[in-house]
Design a protein around this ligand. Structure first.
Ligand SMILES: NC(=O)c1ccc[n+]([C@@H]2O[C@H](COP(=O)([O-])OP(=O)(O)OC[C@H]3O[C@@H](n4cnc5c(N)ncnc54)[C@H](O)[C@@H]3O)[C@@H](O)[C@H]2O)c1
Length: 253
């Protein structure tokens, strides 16, 4: 694979598992040095080992994206290790507890918004101040098809993902003349630990999700990762403020 990101640095939040893991590996395959930030360090260190096996460079930084101090430390660690930041995939997110709007607890509401929305904002706040100094950079925020349509019993999640899209558009406009592009991806149903938690790996529950997908299957984390690296690449040089569905055609139906 062509090393289009040689000498450049990519930060991926939520990089221990799922879509974040696949994206960290996709950046490394193209020659980027990677910073993996996550609440949990995968005990088997799959992401780190895969990157090392391909001769790539990666560091792990423990971090809760909803905590301002953790994000400040994360960015400091990125600069003390690699001295630059070119790309960021603000991906860490949680599904929260399924409940109708009137039954959602304040605790669930605040937790989901803190990770999915405040986390993305805090990451961008710190990433942008460095990218603005260099006049260059690309950020991708992880939204969801739930950022574009409603889902019963997922009010906090849906609200957080709609807000991520609004924030992405706003930050993209603010930075459009400064050489920094900011986009979002909106995955459909992707086979990750998050979806395994939701379905309990129950075949009937999985089938219900598969039926929502016009292509008739789950997406794979690598298929979202490819969209993220494209959005960060020079091939997407005129793309900013966009929310790209990677959803097997779901929203076309
Ligand atoms: N899987 C899907 O079908 C799907 C669909 C649409 C959008 N998404 C979004 O994609 C992103 C990744 O989802 P996934 O399916 O890979 O989930 P996942 O649960 O499989 O992985 C999420 C990762 O984020 C980390 N994380 C969770 N809370 C964190 C925090 N506070 N600080 C730092 N790291 C934290 C987890 O440890 C994990 O490594 C999320 O934003 C999710 O909302 C997923």
């Amino acid at each position: 694979m062509e090393k289009i990101f040689n000498g450049q640095v990519a930060l991926v939040t939520g990089g221990s598992f799922g879509i974040g893991r696949a994206t960290a590996i996709a950046f490394a395959k193209r020659g980027a040095s990677v910073v993996i930030a996550d609440l949990i360090e995968d005990a088997e260190q799959v992401t780190m080992k895969e990157i090392a096996a391909m001769g790539g460079k990666a560091i792990f930084v423990p971090c809760d994206v909803s905590k301002a101090a953790d994000i400040a430390t994360l960015i400091d660690k990125t600069f003390s290790t690699y001295g630059r930041l070119d790309f960021a995939f603000n991906n860490a997110g949680i599904e929260g507890i399924s409940a109708a709007t009137h039954e959602c607890t304040q605790e669930n509401w605040e937790k989901v918004l803190a990770v999915n929305l405040t986390g993305v904002w805090l990451c961008m706040k710190h990433e942008l101040s460095h990218m603005q100094r260099r006049g260059k950079g690309a950020i991708v925020n992880c939204a969801s098809v739930a950022g574009l349509i409603g889902f019963p019993n997922l009010g906090a999640y849906v609200a957080s993902k709609h807000a991520v899209i609004g924030l992405t558009k706003t930050a993209a406009l603010e930075n459009a003349k400064q050489g920094i592009r900011i986009n979002a991806v909106c995955p459909g149903v992707i086979r990750t630990p998050m979806v395994d938690r939701i379905t309990g790996r129950d075949k009937v529950a999985e089938q219900r999700f598969i039926e929502m997908e016009p292509v008739g299957r789950f997406g794979e984390p690598e298929e979202v990762a490819e969209a993220v690296v494209w959005l960060c690449s020079d091939a997407a040089s005129f793309v900013t403020g966009h929310s790209l569905t990677v959803d097997g055609g779901w929203l076309a139906s």
